[in-house]
Write a protein that binds this ligand. Structure first.
Ligand SMILES: [Zn+2]
Length: 677
């Protein structure tokens, strides 16, 4: 996910042109529209498939009815468990709270003994015989694209909210049958392949079952193909989108993603892929799955170029996850232990590099022009540089701790999406420099993909680092050093050194933006009171003794609310004294605050005044831009870049090849190289 909700790069969006485009011609018979081809998954065992049935016939009650049929399970008893979390969203679901009415019986309807042994586990004494389990699951509040919900318009579920698994038998194939739909004309959309006609689907095992969310409702279904790979966009809800434009843009994104992994048939991990869009006001997040994703978006995100690009980046992020995290993955992220939180130090790579590629694919396809691409980069730099947590927490620690962020995460946490993406930028440019343009983060991804195709297993942080270091050849220690400083450590990213390799620089400027006490002020629900949400470490508010959760009653003796307090503070001159009246719990306090004049820092990534041929070549190979170097035609540049990337990426760094000379030539020990002609 965007840590489920987090990886969202999408921007908040405006309410624009309303165009009701949803709606599939109402057919009385519900129509199953899942793909006919199975995703690439492990083969099922030979024992009979379990049969899971889902009913949505009482949508007004918001209750799914479940019937799970188990057979060929040896032994006197077996435990059935409900997962505690949903892969991709690193937080506990507490789904078991809404599971009720568990009944276990033989196929003939005789009761079978069942006892609940902990909050998510039921022990069934089945004496080696087939049995079925019936229960209901209440889902009455829409809890986003990673959740489950049922009403009389649509039913939607991530399987971890509904489906028990038989402990020790998660590798068994499962037939999923949808018995009743919540509304006439509802279609079933899921990444699972159909099993025969009707509303039956086949999952190779439990992991696959719950990694294919099901949406049952009216959707606008937009199919397209990229080569032999089938894609579908399933738009649930109205929105101001153009089907033609979506198909054109998503085709480009898919082609560009395939190209990262070599572009051939082996590059594509699925036969078909489904984007399910939940178009609802305020929705903006995505969650990745094996051959599908569910993306939440504002219905009217499509009309404004900036918000639309944000959505495309989010979609590219989720699609890229089909490689990075769903298959190229940390060891603990598949097969999954659902009964507890699992920790990995690698989310800076799994999420950060996925965000990097979302950004990169938009640049390479031209869906984001150079100015917009650089703006997103500068915004990421701003986010990281304004996070005090970057000095106290590494991206590896942040990855590990993702399950429970601290209450003051604004001060103490570092966002591994943002820093991971920026580390990707830096590593990519350095690997291109060291290898003379022969290797890059693209070749790292290809190597990781080849490894996955060979082994099918996850990998650990040491192996990941070794694969990066190997890209550096004889200069691999330079890559190790970047890992030591940026991944394992707290060093500030040396933006200008790395971006300079592509002829860019970071411009930091400051503008006076009024008084500032360096605290975030929020509004208390109900009465609109001003609440100090976060006192920034080392700022005037902290020096004055203000504290998180203080209620700000008055400034200089005059009552304030959440609406006017920020304006009053902004109007203050720097280095003047002001009396703040606060409530801390039941105590009334006064503090003297001395604001500073805020110098708002602005970050801009801009082209160097003079960009060398080599820098332009790197820029073009990296971002795909055909910016014209002085005295060089675009065709020449393109030809040179093609030569760079058609050469054998595994060849040694010293192989004669057209290359980019490092701007900081004194650090490079290699002989000088000649630009390609
Ligand atoms: Zn993500």
């Amino acid at each position: 996910m965007l840590a489920a909700m987090k990886a969202s790069i999408s921007k908040c969006c405006g309410w624009l042109l309303v165009a009701a485009l949803s709606g599939v011609p109402g057919s009385a018979a519900a129509q199953a529209v899942a793909p006919a081809v199975a995703p690439a998954v492990a083969p099922a065992t030979k024992a009979a498939a379990f049969v899971y049935r889902v009913g949505m016939d009482e949508p007004e009650k918001h209750e799914f009815s479940l019937e799970l049929n188990f057979s060929d399970i040896p032994g006197a008893s077996v435990d059935l468990q409900l997962p505690k979390w949903n892969p991709g969203a690193y937080r506990l679901t507490e789904a078991h709270r809404n599971l009720r009415g568990v009944v276990v019986e033989t196929p003939g309807g005789k009761p079978v003994q069942v006892v609940k042994v902990d909050e998510v586990t039921w022990r069934v004494s089945h004496a080696g015989q087939p049995f079925r389990v019936r229960y209901r699951v209440y889902r009455g509040s829409y809890n986003g694209i990673g959740g489950a919900y049922l009403d009389d318009e649509f039913g939607f579920f991530n399987g971890v909210y509904l489906f028990l698994y038989a402990v020790g038998h998660k590798d068994r194939a499962i037939d999923l049958r949808i018995d009743e739909l919540p509304a006439a004309g509802a279609q079933i959309v899921t990444g699972l392949p159909r099993a025969g006609q009707g509303k039956s689907f086949r999952a190779a095992n439990y992991d696959v079952l719950v990694d294919a969310p099901v949406h049952a409702g009216k959707v606008d279904l937009i199919p397209f193909a990229v080569g032999k790979t089938k894609f579908r966009l399933a738009m649930a809800g109205i929105g101001n989108y153009s089907e033609k434009k979506l198909v054109a843009d998503f085709t480009k994104i898919a082609q560009s993603a395939f190209a990262v992994f070599g572009g051939g048939p082996e590059a594509v991990p699925f036969d078909d892929y489904t984007f399910i869009f939940h178009l609802r006001p305020g929705n903006r997040s995505g969650l990745e799955h094996l051959n599908s994703t569910v993306i939440g978006a504002d219905p009217f995100v499509f009309g404004d170029p900036e918000t639309y690009r944000g959505l495309l980046r989010l979609a590219a992020h989720e699609l890229f996850h089909a490689w990075n995290v769903k298959r190229i993955r940390p060891t603990v992220l598949g097969p999954f232990a659902y009964e507890r939180e699992v920790h990995t130090s690698m989310l800076w790579f799994s999420e950060g590099f996925t965000s990097y590629y979302a950004w990169l694919l938009l640049a390479r396809t031209g869906l984001s022009g150079e100015p917009e691409t650089l703006e997103v980069l500068a915004e990421s730099i701003r986010k990281l540089q304004e996070a005090p947590g970057r000095k106290t927490m590494t991206v590896e620690q942040a990855s590990w701790e993702t399950w429970l962020k601290p209450d003051d995460s604004g001060n103490s946490y570092v966002d591994y999406y943002t820093k991971g993406m920026l580390i990707a930028v830096m590593l990519d440019l350095e690997i291109r420099r060291i290898s003379g343009g022969q290797r890059s983060v693209d070749t790292v991804m290809r190597e990781l993909w080849a490894r996955y195709l060979r082994l099918g297993t996850g990998l650990g942080p040491t192996e990941l680092e070794q694969i990066f270091v190997a890209q550096g050849g004889a200069a691999g220690t330079e890559i190790s050093e970047l890992f030591r400083r940026y991944v394992h450590g707290f060093d500030e990213l040396d933006y200008n050194r790395h971006l300079g390799l592509a002829g860019y620089r970071l411009e930091v400027s400051q503008a006076d933006s009024g008084g500032d006490i360096e605290a975030t002020i929020g509004e208390r629900v109900g009465d609109g009171a001003a609440v100090i949400e976060l006192v920034r470490a080392g700022g005037p508010a902290e020096r004055a003794g203000l504290s998180n959760n203080d209620v700000l009653i008055a400034i200089d003796g005059l009552k304030v609310t959440a609406k006017d307090a920020p304006k009053q503070i902004k109007a203050m001159a720097g280095n003047t004294k002001h009396t703040f009246t606060l409530l801390r719990g039941p105590r009334l306090l006064t503090k003297t605050v001395t604001p500073v004049t805020a110098a708002q820092t602005k970050y801009k990534v801009a082209s160097l005044a003079a960009v060398s041929y080599e820098q332009k070549l790197t820029r073009q190979a990296w971002l795909g831009y055909t910016a014209q170097a002085a005295g060089t035609s675009n065709d020449q540049l393109r030809e040179a870049a093609l030569k760079l990337f058609s050469s054998d990426p595994t060849a040694g760094a010293d192989d004669a090849a057209p290359t980019t000379a490092p701007p900081r030539a004194k650090k490079a020990k290699k002989k000088a190289r000649t630009p390609a002609k």
